[in-house]
Design a protein around this ligand. Structure first.
Ligand code: SAH
Ligand code: SF4
Length: 371
């Protein structure tokens, strides 16, 4: 059987070489060839003796995922549609900013969690991505972007904020994070790698123990009644438990705050009263806020909050002493903004179909004449 070496972090690669009766330092050499130099041909690994190269080439490949389409926005944002087989596609987005370049990486084909304002969630779920498909996004983007004149990589930060819920694909995401942090691969610091979660409490505790990187939590509502509705995973892990998990996470986190993401939905969660409730909710959790104006997609049923409303909401938080950023929409012309990543999902949950059935049933109910 042929193995794809992109699936291995350094410890796994060392174990692989140990089985072949080879020294563990081979793992470091091979990691460097693959991730540092972007090599896919084992023959080019010139500091490895020819007989070992031949042995490796007979049993292993370096197979990055295939890019179908690359789009470049007027503002420099780039988006890649990546083919992951059987009619499925995922998206990866690069966002250039002053002094840094951030890659937004996907973790699943679709998402099973059904947040009501999210285009990925609306599309249903097909499967978890393999390690090679997660780290492959960074590999592919690095290859396309290259290095700056000083020889530094253009990509300085990674956020797991593309399609999918990263903590629902825990093992593969953590292996991919290990490769991002490995000095023989991408050498990113823990502070420059962010996992965004909708709040899978047990997995947050595991991440704290196994790979504590910077954490962003998608809050979006300041009370359980509203959050139950728009972020349905809240019914399983309600706010009190989520806030406790955030406090526990900070014991090991590389930054001394959690970033709370809050999508601004007109007339749903954006009043000053919501902001006040939010302040009460987070009072024991050192945090910053990232307000995300809702990015519309067809038939979403939501509108973006008016800028005046966003300003009032932001000011309420700032007056209480918090750092608040309002995310600028990037790459709008190529549908690359948060929550707009669609990829191509062969939905196994038949969500879209069920939605149509539900809407038809609701309409039928409403049209029953009153007696
Ligand atoms: N599943 C993870 C990470 C992916 S989404 C999570 O939910 O955190 C990255 C961020 O974009 C999340 O905060 C998500 O709630 C937000 N988002 C989803 N749909 C959006 C939309 N239509 N407009 C703006 N932000 C959206
Ligand atoms: Fe999944 Fe995150 Fe979208 Fe919710 S917001 S459906 S968790 S990708």
């Amino acid at each position: 059987m042929t193995v794809n070496l992109l699936n291995f972090d350094q410890p796994a690669l060392a174990a692989f070489f140990a089985e072949l009766g080879e020294k563990p330092f081979r793992a470091k050499q091979v990691m460097r060839w693959i991730h540092h130099f972007g090599v896919t041909d084992i023959e080019q690994m010139t500091d490895i003796a020819r007989p070992l190269r031949e042995k490796l080439a007979a049993m292993a490949v370096i197979a990055p995922p295939e890019v179908k389409v690359e789009q470049i926005s007027e503002d420099g944002t780039r988006k890649w549609l990546i083919d992951v087989g059987t009619g499925n596609g995922i998206e990866t987005v690069f966002i250039p900013e002053e002094g840094r370049g951030t890659l937004c990486v996907s973790s699943q084909v679709g998402c099973a969690l059904e947040c009501t304002f999210c285009s990925t969630g609306r599309q249903g779920f097909n499967r978890n991505l393999e390690v090679s498909e997660i780290i492959g996004q960074l590999w592919v983007a690095n290859k396309a972007l290259g290095r700056d004149p000083k020889g530094d990589r253009i990509i300085s930060n990674v956020v797991m904020m593309g399609m999918g819920e990263p903590l629902a694909n825990f093992d593969n995401v953590v292996t991919a994070l290990n490769i991002m942090l490995d000095d023989s691969a991408y050498g990113l610091s823990r502070r420059r790698v962010t996992v965004s979660t909708s709040g899978l409490v047990p997995a947050m505790d595991r991440l704290r123990e196994e790979c504590p990187v910077a954490l962003a939590v998608s809050l979006h509502a300041p009370n359980d009644a509203l959050r139950d509705e728009i972020v349905p995973i809240n019914r399983k892990y309600p706010l009190k438990e989520l806030m406790a998990a955030c406090r526990r996470y900070l014991e090991k986190a590389p930054r001394d705050f959690i970033t709370f993401e809050y999508v601004m939905l007109d007339g749903v969660n954006d009043t000053v009263e919501h902001a006040r409730q939010l302040l009460a909710l987070v009072k024991d959790v050192p945090c910053k806020f990232n307000l995300i104006p809702f990015n519309p997609f067809p038939d979403s049923g939501y509108r973006t909050s008016r800028s005046e409303q966003i300003r009032r909401f932001r000011d309420t938080l700032m007056q209480a002493g918090y750092v608040v950023t309002t995310r600028k929409t990037r790459g709008e012309d190529i549908d690359a903004a948060c929550g707009q990543l669609a990829g191509k999902v062969q939905d196994k949950t038949r969500r879209a179909e069920k939605r149509v059935v539900r809407i038809v049933a609701e309409q039928a109910q409403h049209s029953v004449p009153n007696h």
